[in-house]
Design a binder for this molecule. Structure first.
Ligand code: 1PZ
Length: 215
């Protein structure tokens, strides 16, 4: 099993990175959150160049957040909670479209947060689907139940076409580099509740501050 993951796309480690995001006060640490996303992008890049338009957008958002994390207010971006407090208190969050304010951390993380719901639904669908379940169908259903609601027609179209190129469940699990199908299912069963917890905490945070519709 040592050989697996040496090429840097062992999904077990990526999902474990997300698990390490919660601190003792149930705050979400920015650095492992971004590291988790970087791992997902690495994994996505093994799925073929047709997903380049997706990984480019994810990378751009990760970079925006890394700049906040290395800038003059880096301490304010230590957790998602401290980011929200800091940006709200300093009037840095654009509530309307087409104003002059620079891109906020809050709106950037919101995009990744919405994508995390897609990830959770998709991997949960693969986990509970039968051996002959169609990856592209599971993926499309998860997308339609999450991200699609925020994407314009042209993106939905491109995304749906790209999904059709996904390999079958067995090959997909193989590409996760976590061992046999059974081990992959077991790993997902262990990891997904932690992803869901992160999602729920972020959703509650954004909802409490009325940030769920940031343009
Ligand atoms: C294994 C198959 C992977 C499929 C990936 C599924 C996600 C589809 C997302 C399609 C995104 C298309 C490109 C850009 C979209 C942006 O317009 C939006 C909104 O941002 P804005 O324009 O407001 O700045 N971006 C997003 O919704 C964030 C998308 C992040 C996707 C991360 C995917 C990570 C994949 C992990 C794979 C295991």
């Amino acid at each position: 099993a040592m050989a697996y993951g040496d090429d840097g796309h062992n999904l077990r480690e990526v999902l474990a990175t997300f698990k390490s995001c919660l601190d003792e006060k149930s705050e979400i640490l920015m650095d492992p959150y971004l590291a988790g996303w970087k791992g997902l992008v690495r994994f996505l890049n093994t799925m073929g160049t047709i997903f380049t338009f997706v990984s480019k957008d994810a990378v751009a958002k990760i970079q925006i957040m890394e700049e906040f994390r290395s800038g003059p207010h880096k301490e304010s971006y230590r957790t998602l909670q401290s980011m929200v407090s800091y940006e709200m208190a300093n009037n840095l969050v654009d509530m309307k479209k087409n104003t002059e304010r620079p891109v906020s951390g809050c709106r950037t993380i919101l995009r990744l947060h919405r994508a995390l719901l897609w990830l959770q639904l998709f991997l949960e669908g693969l986990r509970t689907g039968g051996t002959d379940c169609r990856t592209s169908v599971v993926c499309t259903d998860s997308y339609n139940a999450s991200l699609a609601n925020y994407h314009p027609w042209i993106i939905r179209k491109a995304t749906t076409i790209a999904f059709c190129t996904l390999p079958n469940r067995e090959a997909f699990f193989e590409n996760m580099k976590v061992g046999s199908n059974e081990e992959a299912v077991e790993m997902l069963g262990e990891a997904l509740p932690h992803i869901k917890k992160l999602y729920d905490i972020t959703q509650e945070l954004y909802s409490r501050h009325k940030l769920l519709d940031l343009p």
